[in-house]
Design a protein around this ligand. Structure first.
Ligand code: PXP
Length: 244
């Protein structure tokens, strides 16, 4: 049991964009997601995740290039499967890419990437990433059909969507946990690395450590929120301690 921590720094950029989206050349631009990434690394993160969205609502292109240069651990670029963003990924060459849904039609009922519906669109992207030496993770719901689709796509990693678990309480939460455990088992059995994330925080994360063969958790909002009070390094360190 235990898991490694990847820290998602998107919401540091959210705070910056709230003030400077339309004034990016201001001498006062802050806070810097790269600085946050380095603090997270000092706190024990094994990777930094950032999502370059098509609408650039938080992370912008410049951040991704700077993160690639600055990150000492590994950069995980979260992205939708759009030609524009795929081209950027192939230029930046992050260690990892996590493919996530960005448009309504790419989303399953629960919110993960629908690898069944989007199978033919995902195939060339996975191939291009593989040829470029980028490891691809598919962000999917903990559903046997989605695991099977990830297997048939040859994905080396899946990130199981923990959002439904995080939002549920009582017996419903137990049921969501059981679904995650079963999905992790199926993925691991097929030789796929099991990561998980979304909606995890300091109080709900520990039961997730019971997922078989879990390797990495990606956590963002809750760590950035806590960082407002105790700083990014310490907020990361506290989460790392919970995962050990
Ligand atoms: N993993 C994936 C694929 C995500 O899209 C997100 C949210 O950007 C996260 C993990 C982190 O989620 P949270 O910010 O809720 O911790």
């Amino acid at each position: 049991m235990g898991a490694l921590l990847g820290v998602n720094i998107d919401h540091v950029a959210t705070v910056r964009q709230a003030r400077y989206a339309k004034n990016a050349s201001s001498i006062n631009v802050e806070p810097d997601p790269v600085e946050a990434a380095l603090a997270a690394e000092r706190g024990g993160a094994v990777g930094i995740t950032a999502h370059l969205r098509q609408d650039r609502r938080h992370i912008v292109d410049h951040d991704i290039y700077r993160l690639k240069e600055a990150v000492n651990t590994k950069l995980n670029l979260e992205m939708g499967n759009s030609p524009e963003i795929v081209a950027i990924a192939l230029k930046v060459l992050p260690a990892d890419v996590c493919l996530v849904p960005e448009n309504r039609e790419e989303v399953t009922t629960e919110g993960g990437l629908d690898c069944i519906k989007n199978h033919s669109a995902l195939e060339p992207t996975l191939k291009a990433m593989r040829n470029a030496g980028i490891r691809v993770s598919l962000f999917i719901d903990p559903e046997p059909d989605q695991i099977a689709a990830a297997v048939s796509l040859g994905a080396p990693v899946v990130e199981l969507h923990t959002g439904a678990y995080a939002e549920a309480t009582g017996a419903a939460r137990e049921a969501e946990l059981a679904r995650l455990i079963e999905a992790a088992r199926l993925a691991a059995e097929a030789g796929i690395q099991v990561n998980a994330g979304h909606g995890l925080n300091y109080t709900n994360v520990q039961p997730i450590l019971t997922l078989p063969k879990l390797v990495e958790l990606n956590i963002g909002h809750s760590i950035v929120s806590r960082a407002l009070f105790i700083g990014m390094e310490e907020a990361t360190r506290e989460m790392v301690a919970l995962l050990e």
